[in-house]
Design a protein around this ligand. Structure first.
Ligand SMILES: [Zn+2]
Length: 245
């Protein structure tokens, strides 16, 4: 599971953060309590409830405070969401991370600079995760990961969290404009039942997903789904299973 040689090569930070109880040849790997247990479904992020979890990725570049306005609106609706922020920007606005958690939303790691992790070196993958938002959930940019990335994440105490419903809000299906609110809403409405029931919906802080969210909630509730419940402030680490009420 761990790659002690790579960790040592990564230098002082690695030595500070990676447990130093290296396992000998043939020994069982040391337990990584935050990492995913066998049978863990990364597409559901540990959501074993019947409720749907809305997730928001990246960063609202033109208007960073959009994140906490979305968070406040969802809090008022008693809904808990998850935000996977780009570490480079979140690091400059720690107040946004703090506020979102106080609003009852998980804020987790989406890497430092949003690269395709599989094309990076071992050390670069480590640094991308280490310098991302500190949590125990990692959403690899573009959902791109393999066994190496999963192992690197586990060694740092992370479990992978992707999604069951992709709103494709970043697409420009008709030319210049990003996918419309109506189209995003329709993608969620038409998604398979099993992808929404206890599922995880992916959208972005940019584009039109935030504006589509009120309609998505209305549609889900009309169809009998419940959203992940907001029971108050959360810590940096998300529990396993997730507490969605
Ligand atoms: Zn992203």
């Amino acid at each position: 599971m761990r790659r002690p040689m790579a960790a040592i090569a990564a230098g002082v930070m690695a030595l500070a953060l990676v447990p130093t109880t290296a396992t000998g040849a043939g020994a069982a790997p040391a337990p990584t309590p935050s990492a995913a247990p066998a049978g863990y479904d990364a597409t559901r992020c540990g959501n074993t409830s019947s409720r749907t979890l809305l997730t928001f990725d990246d960063w609202p570049y033109a208007d960073p405070d959009r994140a906490t306005r979305i968070g406040a609106d969802l809090h008022a609706r008693k809904i808990r969401a998850a935000f996977f922020l780009i570490g480079e920007y979140a690091g400059r606005r720690p107040d946004i991370v703090t506020t979102l958690r106080e609003q009852g939303h998980w804020v987790a790691n989406h890497s430092f600079s949003h690269p395709h992790l599989p094309v990076l070196s071992d050390d670069e993958v480590d640094m991308e995760i280490r310098n991302g938002v500190r949590s125990n959930l990692l959403r690899p940019p573009y959902g791109a990961f393999g066994q190496r990335e999963e192992s690197a994440a586990a060694a740092l105490g992370y479990r992978i969290c992707t999604w069951t419903v992709d709103t494709l809000d970043w697409e420009k299906p008709d030319g210049d404009a990003f996918r419309s609110v109506a189209s995003i809403r329709s993608i969620v409405r038409n998604a398979p039942v099993e992808d929404k029931y206890g599922g995880v919906v992916l959208g972005h802080l940019d584009y039109n997903f935030p504006d589509a969210v009120p309609g998505i909630i209305e549609d889900l509730e009309k169809d009998g789904y419940q959203l992940c419940a907001n029971n108050g402030p959360v810590a940096a680490d998300a529990p396993l299973p997730l507490d969605c009420g």
